[in-house]
Design a protein around this ligand. Structure first.
Ligand code: SAH
Length: 316
């Protein structure tokens, strides 16, 4: 079939429309890799056509003068610019994913900081209600906590594990505020693990001010970064109740929570303990080792009101 010059213009339009449609279809395709691939392939095809003045449409040969080629080249430029847009779009999609991930991480970090502040400023009962009403919050808290642990120069739990490894294997240990209960997996002694939420069968859910343990049952009570909230006196009264006389109270806390660790130690002693060792040699953390020497005072007015500053994490 012979095609005249005027018709060639029309054909160009048809060709361009067909290509536009093809790219629009690709725009709707969610698979960005495919967009990238198809645009490269199309460019290659176009390069191959650069030198030729012959085209085949529906099996018919079309012969075009050079002037028409110039028009065709202009159209090709338009198509190329469309392709560039596709590529730009593709690029934005990739960085969009990264942005989404960054935003999600920020959101998680913000949730962690929020929950952390709540735990440090609530009573054990309120903290328990918070996590019971939203068990996912506990998971979010512990993911954030594990991120923090990685940033510390020492994991305080390692220091406590080392101490317990030197103790008799027959000891019964209470891990108060155990988190996911890692201590139990790292020492040969029998460990009862307590936290507000139970993440496994080995962790018993309770407010550690009131554990299900009988009195004078355990040899060691561990509070590794667990003295959160406003009930510190209640927590350590419970430690006194569950410990045998002579039993060990091990406390690890962030040093910035203390005005003076000696003052804190003196107050704890008023609950029926005697300070055996205060280890301030580690960065970031203080480690206290007390022994239970007697029952706490019966009169409420004789009890100290233990407080520590909350350990709040900064926004990064
Ligand atoms: N001891 C663990 C976890 C420290 S995070 C470790 O060193 O890895 C502090 C934990 O104390 C949290 O899991 C928090 O839920 C728990 N906690 C805080 N207040 C509590 C309470 N009143 N009763 C039981 N657990 C408590």
């Amino acid at each position: 079939m012979e095609i005249k010059n005027g018709d060639v213009d029309k054909l160009d339009e048809i060709l361009l429309d067909a290509r536009k449609k093809k790219f629009n279809d690709k725009f709707n395709n969610e698979d960005s890799e495919e967009i990238l691939f198809s645009s490269q392939e199309t460019s290659k095809t176009e390069n191959n056509q650069n030198d030729t003045t012959k085209k085949v449409l529906n099996g018919h040969a079309i012969t075009k003068p050079l002037q028409i080629d110039r028009k065709l080249n202009k159209k090709k430029e338009i198509i190329k610019s469309m392709l560039n847009k596709v590529n730009q779009r593709n690029h934005i999609e990739v960085s969009g994913n990264q942005l989404r991930e960054r935003m999600l991480n920020r959101l998680k970090a913000a949730q962690f900081r929020y929950l952390n502040e709540k735990l440090y400023t609530s009573s054990g009962g309120d903290a328990q209600s918070l996590f019971q009403s939203d068990p996912l919050a506990f998971q979010t808290y512990h993911e954030g906590y594990q991120q923090q642990v990685k940033k510390w120069p020492v994991n305080p739990l390692d220091v406590i594990v080392k101490k317990i490894l030197e103790m008799p294997k027959t000891y019964l240990i209470a891990d108060m505020g155990c988190g996911e209960g890692a201590l139990r997996t790292r020492v040969p002694q029998r460990v009862r693990s307590f936290d507000l939420v139970s993440t496994s069968a080995a962790v018993e859910a309770c407010d550690m001010a009131h554990t299900p343990l009988p009195a004078a049952a355990v040899d060691v009570a561990v509070y590794c970064l667990a003295l959160m909230g406003t009930d510190l006196t209640q927590y350590l009264l419970e430690a006194n109740r569950i410990l045998k006389v002579g039993g060990h109270l091990l406390v690890a806390e962030v040093e910035s929570r203390f005005e003076d660790p000696q003052t804190f130690a003196r107050e704890v002693q008023r609950l029926g303990f005697r300070l055996r060792e205060l280890d301030t040699q580690h960065q970031v953390f203080f480690f206290f080792h007390f022994n239970k020497v007697q029952q706490p005072p019966v009169k409420k007015s004789k009890l100290p009101n233990l407080t520590l500053k909350p350990c709040l994490y900064k926004k990064r």
